[in-house]
Design a protein around this ligand. Structure first.
Ligand code: ZN
Length: 212
């Protein structure tokens, strides 16, 4: 569940989440949990225009699909993703799938950007730039996102990695969140567009299924 509390310009984001390993490899889920919590809490402890953000994540490790909650964010380790992507999020949904190939990079903080970036997609944030097109605006993104400046796009958390890299901006410096994105998050949250469970289906009291 993604929850938001606003007091003036202070925006507090609250996450309840689970981690499960659906891949064929073993993974250190306790270390992964620690890395996910610290990466999310530090990335979202920032300013965006007039806003002051903070994030608190309550994450549990699960070993059985039947313990998954349809109301919680799920970090699911998988063997592979379409296009060999490192991760994939359900847009405005509650699941982030992580390719098993990047798990150790997350645990050892060699990759601190993918998890916060994918959480942005759960918030309903799109890539601000057009697909495979440099110095461009994503025509499919929300009108608020289309107001980002080119400088903001190059430093933004939601740009795909190749975009800042093409300007020689290190990925750790392309972690910014813009005021318009917070406006959009509040809009999505207040209109009930977030927290859509698209990943977990219940068939009877004891049997649940994670969709591919
Ligand atoms: Zn993305």
């Amino acid at each position: 569940m993604i929850g938001i509390a606003q007091k003036g310009n202070h925006i507090g984001i609250y996450l309840t989440a689970s981690i499960i390993n659906s891949s064929s490899d073993r993974a250190d889920l306790v270390s992964l949990k620690r890395a996910i919590v610290s990466q999310l809490e530090s990335t979202f402890r920032c300013s965006a225009g007039p806003y002051k953000l903070s994030l608190k994540a309550d994450v549990e490790v699960l070993y059985r699909v039947k313990d998954c909650s349809p109301a919680k964010v799920l970090f699911q380790i998988v063997d592979a993703l379409p296009g060999n992507h490192p991760a994939e999020a359900d847009f405005k949904g509650l699941r982030i799938r992580l390719n098993k190939a990047i798990i150790n990079d997350i645990i050892y903080n060699r990759n601190v950007r993918t998890v916060p970036h994918e959480l942005g997609h759960l918030f309903g944030w799109d890539h601000p730039h057009a697909r495979a097109s440099y110095e461009s605006v994503n025509p499919e993104s929300h009108p608020l996102e289309q107001q980002l400046t080119e400088e903001e796009r190059k430093h933004n958390l939601m740009s795909q990695g190749w975009y800042p890299q093409r300007t020689n901006i290190p990925l750790e410096e392309a972690m910014q969140i813009s005021e318009k994105q917070i406006d959009l998050l509040l809009l999505h949250y207040r209109s009930g567009q977030l927290n859509r469970n698209l990943h977990l289906k219940r068939h009877n009291l004891f049997w649940k299924k994670l969709l591919p």
